[in-house]
Design a protein around this ligand. Structure first.
Ligand code: UD1
Length: 384
């Protein structure tokens, strides 16, 4: 423990600066580290001076992504990065990772996230996301990482998807109702439910043992890529999400984009989301980590990481066409089951309590996504 319980808040600024200097000694375990958000976040952590251990089972990622993080970090920082191929569902593999190092915090990204798949294979989702998380909590507890801090990551949209179905559905009204952290959530599918259960478990575990400090970060729609174009989103198979689908159309891997829903009560009929640049998201994790290392009274707290700005699918297509100079063939298609009309974040809590604010807008998100796509049309695989 860096702080004793007698440390008073008056000393926090002083200790914060000490902690900032001492962060090179802090070792962060990142589950799902080879994935889209895991890689960007791990690189930022290294550049902020933390040691990083990634765990991944490569279900939806590849080793080349880890190599890219090392390359971007440079030889000196890369020495502070470890990679462990491990599956969170296998507690012995997890134990092995924890027995090799003493971790100061865990950032938990490792989960399945495809809604449609979760509806067909709920057991797969409960097994991966719930058993994986229970194992992680158990092993953290056993190795006393609970005394320090864990950051939980989940996608807000899956909890509060109902909010745009139940509120008046026009942009003018929606503007008044962004998703705040304390909306009661009602998951719409097994994937969303698995995320809710993970949060609820965290609350109960923290209540039973107040030594835990847990932050749940609720994302909106992470897009974009590292500006070097050496890190980006590279899903296996046909992408489910808008931006990787859009960029695969732009590089000719897919023939056209289906715009799911053109009769929503929004300004152009397509659904509205709060897109956030993955680098801003990574910064949000660093801000949350710093909060956990300095605030005594965090308990279990949730923060939205979004921009607060709604953008429609068609607006996103137009912004991507502008960034890429490519015409995107579009097919107006029926609504996708389970989709919400408009979802965007209330950002006040994260801005106030984490001192974090997104820097990038839609233009930069599309610029960096296109840069990644054009330089890596087949993702991390070198050959077509
Ligand atoms: C989706 C998932 C959410 C998951 C998140 C992970 C659903 C209902 N939601 O969120 O559970 O946590 O991804 O990032 O699947 N769109 C198209 N054409 C496409 C793809 C998407 O028009 O080919 C539209 C969608 O209908 C939606 C918007 O683009 O209106 C954003 O879609 P997407 O990127 O899949 O994100 P979410 O649906 O917000």
């Amino acid at each position: 423990m860096i702080f004793s319980s007698s440390t008073t808040s008056i000393f926090i600024p002083f200790f914060s600066s000490l902690l900032a200097m001492a962060s090179s000694e802090q070792h962060i375990l990142v589950t799902g580290g080879a994935g889209f958000i895991g890689t960007h976040c791990s690189l930022q952590l290294l550049q902020e001076g933390y040691k990083v251990s990634m765990i991944d089972n490569f279900h939806n990622s590849v080793m080349e992504a880890v190599d890219s993080v090392k390359e971007l970090a440079g030889p000196k920082l890369a020495e502070k990065l470890q990679f462990h191929k491990a599956d969170l569902r296998k507690i012995d593999e997890l134990e092995k990772v924890f027995s090799q190092n003493k971790y100061d915090a865990v950032i938990h990204f490792g989960a399945l996230k495809a809604v449609a798949e979760s509806m067909q294979h709920p057991f797969r989702y409960f097994e991966n996301n719930l058993i994986g998380t229970i194992n992680l909590y158990q092993v953290m507890s056993k190795y006393n990482v609970k005394k320090v801090w864990s950051v939980f990551s989940s996608l807000l949209i899956d909890f509060v998807i109902w909010c745009s179905h139940h509120l008046p559905l026009f942009m003018d009204n929606l503007k008044k109702y962004p998703c705040v952290e304390n909306y009661p959530y009602m998951p719409m599918n097994p994937y969303g439910r698995s995320k809710v259960y993970c949060e609820e478990m965290g609350k109960d575990i923290q209540k039973a043992d107040p030594e835990w400090r847990i932050i749940s970060l609720r994302y909106f729609n992470p897009v974009g890529a590292h500006k070097s174009s050496k890190l980006g989103e590279d899903p296996k198979g046909i992408p489910n999400n808008l931006m990787p689908y859009l960029h695969q159309v732009a590089v000719g891997r897919l023939p056209e984009l289906n715009v799911y829903g053109h009769d929503y009560p929004t300004k152009d009929g397509s659904a509205v989301r709060d897109y956030i640049h993955v680098m801003d998201l990574a910064d949000g994790h660093i801000a949350a980590l710093k909060k956990l290392f300095t605030a005594q009274d965090i308990g279990f707290t949730a923060y939205n990481l979004g921009t607060g700005q709604g953008t429609s699918v068609l607006e996103m297509v137009a912004a991507f066409e502008k960034a890429s100079g490519k015409k995107i063939p579009v097919k107006l298609s029926p609504r996708r089951p389970g989709d919400a009309t408009a979802v965007y974040a209330a950002t006040d809590k994260a801005q106030k309590e984490l001192g974090w604010k997104p820097k990038y807008g839609i233009e930069e998100m599309c610029r960096d996504q296109w840069n990644w796509a054009k330089n890596n049309p087949m993702g991390y695989q070198k050959k077509a």
